[in-house]
Write a protein that binds this ligand. Structure first.
Ligand SMILES: Cc1cc2nc3c(=O)[nH]c(=O)nc-3n(C[C@H](O)[C@H](O)[C@H](O)COP(=O)(O)O)c2cc1C
Length: 613
């Protein structure tokens, strides 16, 4: 709804005497916490976020360019600065000096340890979070908390290797690292696609173009004798059971490994990688292969999401993932990403308009992914008011290649200000349920795996969650922004009540994120910079939380915007600040002072950002 279309709604869940009149789309804040009534926080257009920085070329203004999206900061500078004097990584541990591949003369980093240590900024106070967690800090001399694990007398690192082993036993490590060897082969185009090769050949031979898929099915019906069976067998798949599972959506940029690890700790059952693109995966770029990595606690229940427009690329990626990783519970195809860049390449939500291509991709993935089941995430359709998901789902079920379907109740065209259509999600759920019932009745069928159906959109509390999962045909819910703005959402689901978290409790959550971020990105200058950046990205969602205790009425809604408010104490006010400079301040509580060269540009222009720029 636009600002000009304001309507008045009543708070129906309050007794008559307490009913308040609030503008539709506005959060009702108790008067004593309102700072400036007419200063309303801008609505957030989260669509851009789905593609992460891959969407930056969208929104160019000027001749021939696209209309600039309001409130978005394009061309964000996301690179973290590196130290001016860098220590060669061969010298990180004085007890274990390695051979430098370039030699001290050629190496671009310094081999003079004293010079390096003298150039380092003053250490961050306290105990190194990684050393505390695992008894050893891989950043060695580069650690920003070095004083906590360095003996100045002996000039040696302090290690507690007993603790390292213990933390490994506690499953405190990362998985799904694709080997250097496999990546090298990919880069040189020498990887042996033993399964995908056959699958691609078969799909190519049976289907030359989109129309032929329909023809092939017709041919199969009319003339069974001439139909050639696929020259490969589809492996038996691991079973998925999503009934009432607490699921965190795939979330580009913000759904990074430390965040997902945090969500597992806070009660999530299932997590997904950020969307990885098939082409850079096949080119073996390190950044793309970082995406399927997971924390050990995420498995089982960890899905890798990919985006692609080609069945051959899908088959190859599926084979690599099934052969080179050991901790993937499902392989998910993204058919929802709305950003122009991917859409124009036929990826993400573009596949909704090309069902034959989509079916081909899923078939290729399913046949090449070994025992990893294939799942898909779709939207209601491409255009607003023209839902196509039902027909699409019928077709996907008939092809029998997906173990689960997630439906985000919005079209590609629809922006986030409009609510997700849960009535339509329920209708599609019925289609899946009828299909599953029929399968169950057909006792002769060898394939008795039911297809799971998951709804997605605007779930922000246990009330929304139970409304969804108690609907016939809906197995569970994927939660995206709700789990970013309110990371304790699954605790509410478990407790079946709203939880009024204090600022201190919310800070504890951020502290855990900070610790996990440092374990993942490292405690050297560069790692701390990354941890700070991704913590700011996280805070760009957490700050949207309006504390329960200052709300005049329930339920809180994800899309409601508040007038400028203050919290019940200073910390609560700070945690709700829309100013990215305050977010940096919050990171400093855990990550030390940010240097002058730390750069963070928020994705959304907040009120204060616009004011100060
Ligand atoms: C920051 C952000 C990043 C997202 N990244 C992805 C992604 O990589 N893959 C995907 O399928 N959906 C992505 N989405 C969409 C969400 O998974 C989800 O479908 C959508 O936000 C609706 O759910 P919600 O109303 O619970 O937020 C992203 C959404 C946001 C806000």
């Amino acid at each position: 709804m636009t600002a000009g279309e304001k309507r008045t709604s009543e708070a129906l869940d309050q007794p008559e005497s307490k009913k308040v009149h609030v503008e539709r789309g506005m959060a009702a804040i108790k008067p004593e916490f309102i700072v400036q009534k007419d200063r309303i926080v801008d609505s957030f257009d989260d669509d851009e976020a789905e593609g992460g920085e891959r969407g930056v070329e969208e929104g160019k203004s000027g001749k021939g360019g696209k209309k600039k999206r309001r409130g978005q900061n394009k061309n964000r500078d996301l690179k973290q600065k590196r130290e001016e004097i860098r220590l060669c990584t061969s010298l990180l541990d004085p007890d274990n000096i390695k051979t430098c591949a370039y030699g001290p003369e050629q190496c671009r980093s310094t081999h003079n340890v004293e010079e390096y240590l003298a150039s380092k900024p003053v250490d961050i106070e306290g105990i190194c979070p990684v050393f505390r967690a695992i008894g050893y800090c891989p950043a060695g001399l580069k650690c920003r908390w070095l004083q906590s694990h360095y003996d100045k007398e002996t000039r040696k690192l302090i290690k507690d290797l007993g603790r390292t082993e213990a933390s490994k036993i506690e499953l405190n490590y990362e998985v799904n690292n694709v080997s250097h060897e496999a990546r090298g082969k990919l880069r040189k185009k020498q990887y042996d696609f033993a399964i995908a090769g056959k699958v691609i050949e078969y799909i190519d031979s049976t289907v030359q173009n989109d129309e032929n898929i329909a023809n092939a099915k017709e041919q199969r019906k009319n003339n069974e004798a001439t139909y050639v069976d696929a020259p490969y067998k589809i492996a038996e798949k691991k079973r998925l059971d999503f009934r009432n599972a607490k699921i965190v959506s795939p979330l580009t940029t913000v759904g990074n490994l430390p965040y997902r690890r945090l969500m597992k700790k806070l009660g999530a059952d299932i997590t997904y990688s950020e969307m990885a693109l098939s082409v850079p995966l096949l080119q073996a770029t390190n950044a793309e292969w970082a995406l399927p990595k997971a924390h050990r606690t995420e498995y089982p229940g960890y899905g890798v999401q990919i985006a692609t427009s080609k069945h051959w690329a899908a088959a190859k990626v599926a084979e690599i993932i099934s052969r080179e990783t050991e901790h993937v519970s499902e392989l998910n195809l993204n058919c929802g990403c709305p950003i122009d860049l991917l859409y124009r390449q036929g990826q993400g939500s573009a596949l909704l308009e090309q069902p034959a291509r989509l079916v081909r991709i899923l078939k290729a993935m399913n046949a090449s992914s070994g025992d990893i089941p294939v799942t898909v995430k779709i939207r209601t359709g491409s255009k607003e008011n023209k839902n196509t998901a039902k027909t699409l789902v019928e077709r996907l079920l008939a092809e029998n290649d997906v173990a689960a379907i997630t439906l985000h109740g919005r079209s590609r065209q629809q922006r986030y200000t409009k609510e997700a259509d849960w009535n339509y999600i329920a209708e599609v759920g019925q289609v899946v349920q009828q299909w599953n019932d029929k399968k169950e009745e057909n006792k002769d069928s060898r394939d008795t795996q039911r297809t799971c159906f998951v709804g997605n959109g605007d779930v922000f509390s246990h009330v929304d969650w139970y409304n969804a999962v108690n609907t016939d045909g809906i197995d569970s819910v994927m939660v995206a922004r709700g789990a970013l703005i309110k990371p304790w959402i699954f605790e509410e689901v478990e407790a079946q009540q709203y939880l009024d978290k204090t600022a201190t409790e919310r800070l504890d959550i951020l502290k855990t994120f900070s610790d996990y971020a440092l374990e993942h990105w490292g405690t050297d200058e560069y790692g701390v910079g990354l941890a700070r950046r991704f913590m700011c990205e996280f805070l760009s969602f957490t700050h949207r939380y309006i504390p329960l205790g200052i709300l005049e009425r329930l339920p809180p809604k994800i899309n409601e915007r508040p007038p400028q408010w203050k919290g019940r104490n200073e910390m609560e006010t700070l945690l709700g600040s829309t100013d990215y400079k305050d977010w940096i301040k919050i990171t400093e509580m855990f990550l030390g002072k940010s240097g002058d060269d730390f750069v963070f540009t928020p994705k959304h222009k907040s009120n204060s950002y616009e004011k100060s720029n």
